[in-house]
Design a protein around this ligand. Structure first.
Ligand SMILES: [Zn+2]
Length: 398
């Protein structure tokens, strides 16, 4: 018998490995963990390992740790008042005049320090962690100038340290036009391309670059400038694409070899083909769809037909997705968009890892992958998604 630090046995093992069977379930499985890495996974009856520590799962479910691959969880202030005003019948203009909307979050975020932003975001990260999320992507995008975007990215990294989760950071300076550039759009795009991206890249503060390509965001031509700058600095790209209208944004990010196209309610067939060709993940954000009371659903059948991998994320943000409940988002991806249980679960494991460029080490239970596993008090993945309560797994790290 070989030795390892920790051995899990008799688990209903959901490996999420890339095989013919979607979830790769092993009915009575073992996993051997050593020095932070999975060294073996397979049927308990064939396990060649003995562990210094052991966990007998007694038939319960063991899965990879979850991944939330699209969040904006670093921000100051909140938009509850705006929510109440809207329900009381206030128009968007009235809310904007009262200082509401994304620019209210920008103003509050600009006034906060790195430490204050970290403390505000920490409970959100811990809430995700309590549901088994061990990797969180966090975007900037409420600073909208060099210093404040850098401040947000530093806070995002600090949140990861404080919460004990892996954080990947995404620069989203092209989120909204800051008020001081209201009459000078190109001036702001130049600032992003010539100052913010180079500085952030030099300081190693971002793992990817994102933009909001939309009628109320940035045009295709402006997004191209941002992506070209990201490419010059060796940073991969992602995109808020086709959320409210079809600008062929998903096709655009695929053309740049992007990691993911996100939202994608209005994505057309040609863009889906481009995503399949360039292996760009389709990230679904059902909570924002619900909160905005959208009716146009993402083209799930098209993604399936072309073999485009689908991820699911919370989109945690103060405006359109005030949530840290990733299991509820899985439920919504199934009920609203028609994902199968297996598709939804791969959306927060293997495919979420791919949307972050981490698919070589996260999101699967397989030899060589990071030893971050969850033991759930159920025996079936469907139970995690079907039941909307308070399911909390036990984290097992190697
Ligand atoms: Zn978003």
């Amino acid at each position: 018998m070989k030795k390892c630090q920790h051995l899990i046995s008799h688990a209903r093992l959901v490996t999420c490995t890339d095989g013919p069977q979607a979830l790769g379930t092993i009915e009575s499985g073992s996993v051997a963990l050593d020095q932070g890495v999975i060294v073996w996974a397979g049927p308990t009856s064939q396990c060649p390992y003995q562990g210094n520590d052991t966990t007998d799962a007694k038939g319960r479910l063991v899965t990879p740790a979850l991944i939330d691959c699209h969040t904006h969880l670093v921000f100051a202030g909140n938009r509850a008042n705006e929510f109440a005003m809207r329900l009381a019948g206030a128009s968007y203009e009235a809310i904007a005049q009262a200082g509401g909307g994304i620019l209210s979050t920008v103003e509050a975020t600009r006034q906060a320090s790195v430490d204050e932003l970290t403390q505000l975001a920490l409970p959100r990260a811990l809430a995700l962690r309590a549901q088994g999320v061990m990797t969180i992507e966090i975007k900037s995008g409420y600073g909208l100038d060099l210093d404040n975007e850098i401040k947000m990215l530093k806070a995002a990294k600090a949140v990861g340290q404080a919460a004990g989760v892996n954080v990947t950071t995404t620069l989203l300076a092209a989120h909204a036009l800051p008020p001081e550039y209201k009459e000078n759009r190109q001036g702001y795009v130049d600032l992003i391309c010539q100052e913010i991206i180079p500085q952030v890249a030099k300081q190693g503060l971002a793992d990817a670059v994102d933009a909001f390509c939309e009628g109320i965001g940035f045009t295709v031509a402006e997004t191209r400038q941002v992506f070209d700058a990201a490419a010059r600095w060796g940073l991969p790209v992602k995109l808020h694409a086709d959320q409210l209208s079809d600008l062929s944004g998903a096709g655009l990010v695929a053309e740049y070899g992007g990691l993911s196209a996100d939202h994608i309610e209005y994505t057309n067939d040609k863009s889906i083909e481009a995503m399949a060709e360039h292996d760009t993940v389709a990230t679904l954000l059902p909570y924002a769809f619900y909160a905005l009371q959208e009716t146009k659903k993402p083209p799930i059948a098209g993604f399936r037909k072309r073999g485009v991998d689908m991820a699911v994320a919370t989109d945690c943000n103060p405006g359109t997705a005030p949530t840290t409940n990733i299991l509820q988002c899985l439920h919504m991806a199934c009920t609203q968009f028609g994902l199968t249980v297996d598709e939804a679960f791969l959306g927060v494991t293997r495919h979420a890892a791919k949307a972050l460029g981490l698919d070589h080490k996260k999101g699967q239970i397989a030899s060589g992958f990071d030893a971050e596993l969850l033991l759930w008090d159920v025996d079936d993945v469907a139970q995690l998604i079907y039941w909307q309560g308070d399911q909390k797994p036990t984290l097992i790290c190697g």
